[in-house]
Ligand binder design. Structure first.
Ligand code: GZL
Ligand code: ZN
Length: 340
């Protein structure tokens, strides 16, 4: 009997399980997709090099001086642009002395600035300090006037073509003295790229019937330009038909001397350089007959160049500013628009 019951139990359980749907096969684990085999380490991607912004830039600007309105505007351009962009500007004023500019550069090199922008007071004497900057891996941008050092000693130059400025001035003098005449030259700082270039360009383009009877530096300042003109007026009384003056501040001083000598506007034909408000006023008052533009507002371009150098991007080796010539006929209209 017991056997019969056990048999029935087994049979029942067999029937019950048979009604159950077959336990479905656990789904097969899908074949692994081709994930990297454990032996292949994921490729480490290079972290992108940090891209520096203006806030990372410390720019050294050992300004040469404060001798002229042009220079004041140049300084303002650098200080205002640095403020706007968040650039740390290490600024100093060398009172037109090269040794002061060099020691300011050495301080910046010690400080470890990112870039030095140098507005050189004169062309020569920079090789040693440029080498020191190079050895410290601090690139140098030459600003405004040029240097005689080899181009390999600095990253780039941005400024005026001073020779072209001189040539433009000569073409104006040729128009003012079509029948020729005798002129004097009041030149800028001796040995400066501006004075050397302007004097050279002027002489290249001056008509043969115009004679430069004398030339002397007024060091780009009103205070030094006035006595030089006083001396010329005494030495060449009545002989001076024209004057080529290398900047408006010296022209202001020269006109004070011309007035004191009892001469009238236009008695001496004057061609000046810079195009500052002071120069425009001299044209409005009839003392100056042409003013060759020289643009000091280089801050934005220099800071853009400096940031590119920080980020290892290429920059133009030479950037020359586009400049024009201003005349009395629209000087009054333009004066309110002048930024310097
Ligand atoms: C020229 C600049 C000269 C200006 C002067 O680019 O170096 O120096 O013509 C300034 O006014 O003093
Ligand atoms: Zn210029």
């Amino acid at each position: 009997m017991f056997k019969k019951i056990a048999f029935l139990i087994v049979l029942a359980s067999m029937i019950l399980t048979a009604c159950q749907p077959a336990a479905t096969e656990a789904p097969a684990v899908p074949a692994a997709t081709d994930a990297p085999a454990a032996t292949e380490a994921p490729v480490a991607t290079e972290a992108p090099a940090k891209v520096y912004t203006y806030a990372d830039l410390t720019l050294c600007y050992p300004q040469l001086g404060a001798e002229s309105d042009w220079r004041t505007a140049n300084t303002a351009s650098f200080k205002e642009t640095a403020e706007q962009l968040g650039v740390t500007l290490v600024f100093s004023d060398a009172q037109q002395k090269q040794e002061n500019q060099i020691s300011a550069m050495r301080t910046c090199i010690q400080q470890g600035v990112n870039v030095i922008a140098l507005p050189p007071v004169v062309e020569d004497g920079w090789d040693a300090v440029l080498q020191e900057a190079k050895d410290a891996n601090i690139p140098v941008i030459i600003v405004d006037r040029s240097v005689s050092a080899d181009k390999s000693m600095y990253a780039a130059h941005i400024g005026s073509d001073m020779v072209l400025e001189g040539q433009k001035a000569a073409l104006e003098m040729n128009k003012l003295l079509p029948d020729g005449g005798k002129i004097i030259e009041l030149s800028g700082t001796t040995g400066s790229g501006a004075a050397v270039g302007r004097a050279q360009g002027f002489r290249e383009a001056l008509n043969a019937n115009i004679e430069i009877i004398d030339s002397q530096t007024g060091n780009f300042t009103t205070a030094e330009g006035k006595p030089v003109m006083e001396a010329f007026l005494k030495k060449y009384e009545g002989q001076i038909d024209g004057a080529f003056i290398h900047n408006d501040n010296m022209a202001i001083g020269a006109v004070e001397a011309i007035k004191a000598a009892g001469l009238k506007p236009g008695d001496i034909k004057i061609v000046s350089v810079d195009g500052t408000r002071g120069g425009f006023q001299l044209m409005i008052d009839g003392w100056v007959q042409a003013d060759v533009e020289c643009n000091p507002l280089l801050g934005p371009q220099v800071m853009e160049m400096a940031l590119k150098l920080m980020n290892g991007e290429p920059i133009e080796a030479e950037t020359l500013t586009n400049e024009t010539v201003y005349y009395p006929d629209n000087a009054a209209e333009l004066l309110p628009t002048r930024q310097y």
